[in-house]
Write a protein that binds this ligand. Structure first.
Ligand SMILES: C/C(=C\CNc1ncnc2c1ncn2[C@@H]1O[C@H](COP(=O)(O)O)[C@@H](O)[C@H]1O)CO
Length: 272
């Protein structure tokens, strides 16, 4: 519909075409015949609170929610400073050695000047947030809306709740300079392999990934080297960023070294 034909945009128009079928123009999208919703106007649907709400959940509108997640995430984390992501099982109980290691990791990372970013959930995430918060550092939780809602753990001091995994995952890799990965299941493996893929494809550079716990991770690393690498499915270089240790202090030292490599002292200012 043209803007100068005297009719409200997006409403029914006699076109002169067969049967004067209603036409609706939504930006670049044209709808005709039964695709046009019952001839109601935009403001009518806005004010008619009893009306159908399906449009709220339509994919084109979902884009705005997705966009909002990026805007809110970028806004909340813009001034975070150097940070490390800590990942691990949501099911790690508080009396498990992995919980203690995650807590120690959170604390040591803060002592080394890092903010700590986790998935904001229970288990290893909670432990890392606890260590970071108790050490007086910045304890970030990027939560995810799940059908079995567990909410942000109580040790998250800066929390954002995401609906979309992909928006949340962007925040992890954008704001963390490396990952410490404790024993975990599918969620942890997803986060681990996303980081390795982004390094392999040079989407992120200088991004150390430290797996904590030889007993848990050696089998996986052995398979990556003995099968995936041996059969040419990845290259030695792709695994260069990956180390395994039982020593949290060493894991944090790896992050510090990477930070020093990535952020050398700034060049002297030029005289004006
Ligand atoms: C399973 C339970 C709660 C799940 N709650 C979560 N909250 C936030 N983030 C989560 C949650 N579950 C998984 N994640 C993400 O995946 C990683 C852990 O997954 P895993 O399969 O447990 O290894 C973790 O790093 C999060 O980013 C009930 O307790």
């Amino acid at each position: 519909m043209s803007a100068d034909d005297g009719r409200e945009p997006g409403t029914t128009r006699p076109s002169g075409k067969p049967n004067h079928q209603p036409t609706k123009q939504l930006g670049p999208v044209t709808l005709r015949r039964q695709q046009v919703d019952g001839g109601s106007t935009t403001d009518q649907r806005l004010l008619d609170t009893g009306g159908p709400t399906d449009w709220l959940h339509a994919d084109p509108w979902r884009v705005l929610r997705i966009q909002a997640e990026f805007v809110e995430g970028f806004g909340a984390l813009a001034e975070l400073g150097p940070a490390v992501g800590v990942f691990g099982s949501a099911r790690t109980p508080a009396d498990h050695p992995s919980y203690t290691l995650a807590e120690e990791a959170g604390r040591r990372l803060v002592d080394a000047g890092f903010a700590v970013i986790t998935g904001g959930g229970p288990g290893a995430m909670e432990a890392a947030n606890k260590g970071a918060s108790e050490a007086g550092g910045t304890s970030v939780g990027l939560g995810i809306e799940l059908p079995f809602e567990s909410g942000l753990n109580p040790w998250v001091d800066v929390g954002i709740n995401f609906r979309y995994f992909f928006a949340r995952k962007t925040m992890f890799v954008k704001y963390a300079q490396g990952f410490l990965v404790l024993p975990g299941g599918l969620g942890t493996l997803d986060e681990l392999f996303e980081a390795l893929t982004l390094v392999q494809t040079r989407k992120v550079t200088s991004f150390p990934v430290v797996l904590i716990g030889h007993d848990y991770w050696d089998g996986l690393v052995g398979w990556l080297r003995g099968t995936a690498l041996a059969e040419g499915k990845l290259s030695e270089q792709d695994l260069d960023v990956l180390t395994v240790t039982d020593d949290v202090e060493e894991a944090v030292a790896t992050m510090v070294r990477a930070r020093e490599g990535r952020f050398p002292s700034p060049p002297p200012r030029r005289a004006e």
